[in-house]
Write a protein of this length. Structure first.
Length: 443
């Protein structure tokens, strides 16, 4: 479904592959190609512009990973930007802490609201939930027949609104709430009316429903085939009634995929599911990371990028090793390492990013408990600059001052000092010498 985006980006990469390094000129050319690709894939113009500026800034930034070619560099940046727009992880459907959880689905006519109500009901009943469905359409009372039929197919309960109830909607909604609570349904899934265009009357109707039901999820259902129209109306729904999340439908068709990117960027709300077919099991949790890889469509290069990122960590480790050779390691460096470790999740993860053999073999013997990292950081923070540079001066009274300042015990301070000394000794002594001798002298 993201073939177009993917195809265009491949062309950019092909162009950059011939370039030795990133310059202002080839970056301009690449950015022009990226811009066209995104616009052709129906990504919102403003989103494209924003994207372009960020990519340019990052690509020309001196801090980019030296070991990547320009093409790989740009892929990395595009991936990072896609992730920063779409988010890293799939966002879960919210359930209310005091049931029933109410999900209210809104959107333009024909976007797939009623079908999606059925899909969602099926999805939550697979989670052992007990959903109740209701259709709320003041203009078109017959609209509920469609949802009723769906519940019959799915063998799920349906709440039927009578004509009289429809005549006094706020009373009807309160009856509905009572009925739902009394029978222990959770969630209550509310289908609403769609219009060809957003109009004030519809917005008022939806606001009234929202105010009475107070839904935990107010979900905009957007037809991805309609591209920018879906994006524009999502923005209006967000402004007028407020949304919590988005479901994009019909991504099984030849939608150009740009809507997904734009809709999140414009509304700031996450896509939680995508509809990929008319049947009720054609609902998928949306995984932004997978989408980013699919858009880039090049798993091989992405894994290369990941390796380069590991290599960057390795380069930091090498820089540290060089300092060690000169016996210049200070607590300031040690703290930097701790921060880096924290960034990477845990010490064990950090170590697993380094080659396990050769010069780094000794590292895994440095058994620092992951949880201790935070404590160590606090202790280092309590040291004076002088103490960090020259740990030898840390005598007994300084130790107790540092312990008090960091809220840790003196024995922990002692432990850190000991570990630091050991690390220094071990790195200096053996394995690192081999590594150091293999480093180019220009470093
Ligand atoms: N291919 C495909 N078709 C879908 C998907 N979701 C919904 N549809 C179809 O889109 C059409 C409209 O769906 P509805 O669920 O009736 O849309 P609606 O938003 O309730 O429409 P109104 O109530 O008239 O506003 C139906 O033919 C559905 O089968 C999807 O993910 N993929
Ligand atoms: Mg409908």
């Amino acid at each position: 479904m993201f073939d177009q985006l993917s195809g265009g980006l491949q062309k950019v990469m092909k162009f950059l592959r011939g370039e030795g390094k990133i310059t202002e000129k080839n970056m301009d050319e690449a950015l022009k190609m990226i811009r066209m690709t995104f616009l052709e894939a129906d990504v919102n113009y403003r989103v494209v512009k924003d994207f372009e500026e960020k990519i340019k800034g990052k690509a020309l930034d001196q801090k980019v990973l030296m070991s990547l070619t320009p093409a790989q560099q740009v892929i990395k940046i595009v991936r990072d930007e896609l992730t920063s727009i779409l988010g890293q992880e799939a966002k879960k459907l919210e359930f209310s802490s005091s049931p029933p959880s109410i999900f209210m689905l809104v959107g333009l006519q024909g976007s797939g609201k009623t079908t999606t109500c059925g899909k969602l009901a099926k999805w939550v009943s697979n989670l052992q939930k007990n959903p109740l469905l209701v259709s709320f359409d003041l203009k078109r009372p017959a609209a509920q027949d469609q949802l009723k039929m769906i519940t019959e197919i799915l063998k799920l309960p349906f709440y039927e609104m009578t004509k009289d109830q429809m005549a006094s909607p706020s009373g009807a909604l309160k009856d509905l709430l009572k009925h739902t609570a009394n029978r222990g349904y959770d969630p209550l899934i509310v289908d609403t009316a769609g219009r060809l265009h957003v109009d004030e009357e519809l917005m008022q109707e939806l606001r009234m429903v929202k105010d009475i039901l107070n839904p935990v999820e107010l979900i905009y259902v957007g037809d991805s085939m309609t591209g920018q129209d879906a994006v524009k109306s999502a923005q209006i729904f967000e402004e007028k009634i407020g949304l919590t999340s988005i479901i994009l439908t019909k991504l099984d068709g030849d939608a150009r995929g740009g809507a997904a990117l734009s809709i999140v960027s414009v509304t700031g709300k996450p896509i939680k599911f995508i509809g990929i077919g008319e049947k009720f099991d054609k609902l998928e949790v949306f995984h932004p990371d997978r989408m980013a890889s699919r858009v880039l469509g090049m798993g091989d290069i992405l894994s290369l990028v990941e390796k380069a990122e590991e290599k960057a960590d390795l380069e930091e480790a090498e820089a540290l090793a060089r300092k060690l050779k000169k016996n210049e390691l200070t607590f300031e460096d040690f703290k930097k390492q701790l921060v880096q470790m924290k960034k990477m999740g845990s010490l064990s993860q950090f170590l697993s990013h380094l080659p396990q053999g050769g010069p780094f073999k000794g590292l895994s013997k440095l058994s620092i408990d992951d949880r201790k990292i935070l404590h160590f950081e606090a202790i280092i923070n309590s040291m004076t600059g002088e103490e960090r540079e020259n740990p030898k001066i840390i005598n007994g009274s300084r130790r107790s001052r540092i312990a008090r300042g960091s809220g840790r015990s003196v024995s922990e301070v002692n432990q850190l000092l000991k570990q630091f000394a050991e690390m220094k000794k071990m790195m200096k002594k053996s394995h690192f010498q081999k590594l150091l001798s293999s480093l180019p002298s220009s470093h």
